[in-house]
Design a protein around this ligand. Structure first.
Ligand code: HEC
Length: 150
């Protein structure tokens, strides 16, 4: 009997610990250095740094802390603009979420089943997404980049 209780207690403890680790893993900040390599996949459309110009996608300098779809020099899709007007502001974690599946992200954010994004690529690797978001953040001012995530 006692052994069974101990086993149960241990099992419970294990569950709590593993949940804790899973949470810690989700919260782990991205690695900007590794993200630089991932950003090569974005470069066909996005530029960062001095002299960056819009391409198929907007320049991503200063994007952390900026309202989504709000660079006046770029022609966004109407749903991304709508998400920005509804309060979407880019944080590292929002970017990591967005690039997993931009269309799905806008559908969920706007609660609009037919929403679309003109960014049609999807990036499935979670760690890559987190790292590239951390890399992009190095081109945003540090005060905005450390704004608490939401
Ligand atoms: C094939 C071109 C293309 C590639 C590659 C691409 N994007 Fe985009 N991205 C776009 C377009 C187009 C938009 C504007 C989307 C809209 O208006 O719906 C966009 C929008 C964004 C935005 C929102 C910007 C804003 O001002 O609101 C972020 C952030 C972003 N992309 C990040 C990335 C990252 C990170 C990668 C690489 C992992 C990437 N994109 C790869 C085309 C691309």
């Amino acid at each position: 009997m006692q052994l069974r209780n101990i086993t149960r207690a241990l099992f419970g403890l294990l569950l709590i610990l593993s949940a804790g680790f899973a949470f810690a893993d989700d919260d782990k900040p991205g690695d900007a250095e590794k993200g630089a390599a991932v950003f090569k996949k974005c470069k066909a459309c996005h530029k960062v740094g001095e002299d960056a110009k819009n391409g198929a996608g907007p320049v991503l300098n200063g994007v952390i802390g900026r309202q989504a779809g709000s660079d006046p020099t770029f022609e966004y899709g109407s749903d991304l603009i709508e998400a920005g007007s509804a309060g979407l502001v880019w944080t590292e974690s929002k970017i990591a979420e967005f690039i997993e599946n931009p269309k799905e992200f806008l559908r969920e954010t706007l609660n609009k089943p037919r929403a679309r994004s003109s960014m049609t690529l999807k990036f499935s690797n979670k760690e890559d997404r987190r790292n590239v978001a951390a890399y992009i953040a190095t081109f945003s001012d540090s005060a905005a980049a450390t704004t608490p995530e939401n």
